[in-house]
Design a protein around this ligand. Structure first.
Ligand code: NAD
Length: 363
């Protein structure tokens, strides 16, 4: 049952959403030159990861003289030395704007460069990570991850072209989709939650969950891919608008301390974090369950993960069992807001469940 006080509390809010210009649809990539012109960019640096260099080259060629250079060196977690090497090129080639094509890694490098130079950027996402609509930049240096949030980090234009996502491998589609759903789940119980973001979150979860179930059977189904990208956008907006808690902090900790892959870690932890928080946030839990068409939020999330072939245990991600106590210590070392207090015993039990791949439990 939903507590009346919780419902009344959710009517007290501050609504602060980040501005972004979005061009969405099949073939939207063809607007790139026009969007660059709008932003006054004459000498673009085209950014991709090494594995998407071919796509970067194609886009670079299509831009003719407006592309000064392709830089296919983005890597996960935005290491500062990579950004510094790119900055040298920005200066030497008189770059006056960036276009990132790819997932959160390409977007991360573009954001890092825009933050340091003040130059405009266009982001063309090809995964469901959602970074393109957040003012957040996570960077790593000497093994440490730092995060800054600043409006100057937001891209001038985001181009969502579903055609670029048709070839996203199935496993990446599944884990990246769950990564996006995690943004919306935590937005529904965020301290700063507000009615608009909660609507976007429910719509985003429903759109992505439905689409992912189709994509595992028909990876190139344009309608499902379109719904997934639409859901990813909404979930990204949620991430950019309100604070995240247990789930995101834990994934951040596990990723940074044990070198676990970003989206996969989100996929594994999400049902367990939901089960941990559910007793403290019955309204949000009911909203997640409804959006998933499930009886319970955590049950719906684990069924979704299993149904789309996502990893469901930290063991599968090669985390060693003997690292679990250290993970608990690291997770407890930096306090942060969470709807339910973070307690050692339940946290350790939750991580042990997630490691083994057991059903999520309310602890
Ligand atoms: P990613 O960008 O590292 O992509 C994974 C791999 O898939 C890369 O090799 C990439 O080139 C490839 N790829 C991407 N799209 C493809 C496609 N359509 N077809 C084939 N291959 C494709 O992974 P990600 O999960 O998108 O991003 C993870 C990074 O983003 C992490 O560093 C994370 O911290 C960051 N992130 C930041 C925010 C934020 O708001 N700051 C939000 C989410 C994620």
């Amino acid at each position: 049952m939903i507590d009346g006080m919780e419902r009344r509390m959710s009517r007290q809010f501050t609504y602060d959403v980040q501005p972004s210009r979005v061009v969405f649809g099949s073939g939207a990539l063809s607007c790139l030159d026009e969007e660059a012109e709008r932003l006054g960019i004459k000498r673009l640096l085209v950014i991709t990861t090494p594995s998407q260099a071919g796509l970067g080259e194609h886009v670079s060629e299509s831009l003719g003289g407006r592309s000064a250079m392709l830089y296919p060196e983005a890597v996960m977690h935005t290491p500062v030395p990579v950004t510094e090497a790119a900055l040298e090129i920005v200066r030497a080639r008189e770059i006056d704007g960036f276009v990132a094509i790819g997932g959160g890694s390409a977007t991360g490098l573009s954001k890092a460069l825009a933050y340091r130079t003040g130059l405009p950027q266009i982001v063309i996402p090809t995964t469901y990570a959602g970074s393109e609509v957040t003012p957040i930049l996570g960077e790593t240096k000497d093994g440490l991850k730092t995060t800054v949030s600043d409006r100057s980090i937001l891209p001038g234009t985001v181009i969502y072209d579903v055609d670029l996502t048709l070839g996203l491998p199935l496993r990446m589609s599944a884990v990246s989709g769950l990564n996006a759903i995690a943004h919306a789940v935590e937005a529904l119980y965020a301290k700063e939650r507000n009615p608009i973001i909660s609507l976007l979150a429910q719509e985003g979860i429903g759109a992505l969950a439905g689409a992912l179930r189709t994509i595992v059977k028909e990876p190139t189904d344009v309608t499902a891919r379109t719904e997934a990208l639409y859901g990813a956008w909404l979930c990204g907006v949620c991430l950019g608008a309100v604070g995240m808690s247990l789930h995101h902090k834990l994934c951040h900790t596990l990723g940074g301390s044990f070198d676990l892959p970003h989206a996969e870690t989100h996929a594994v932890i999400l049902p367990h974090a939901m089960a941990y928080n559910a007793p403290a946030v019955p309204e949000a839990a009911a909203q997640v369950a409804t959006a998933l068409g499930a009886e319970t939020a955590a049950g719906g999330l684990i069924d979704l993960a299993r149904g789309i072939g996502a990893p469901t245990s930290l063991r599968q991600l090669k985390m060693a069992e003997h690292d679990l106590p250290r993970a608990v210590e690291v997770a407890l070392s930096k306090p942060y807001w969470n709807p339910r207090p973070i307690e050692r015993g339940p946290l350790a039990a939750m991580l042990a469940n997630a490691w083994a791949g057991h059903d999520p439990q309310e602890l």
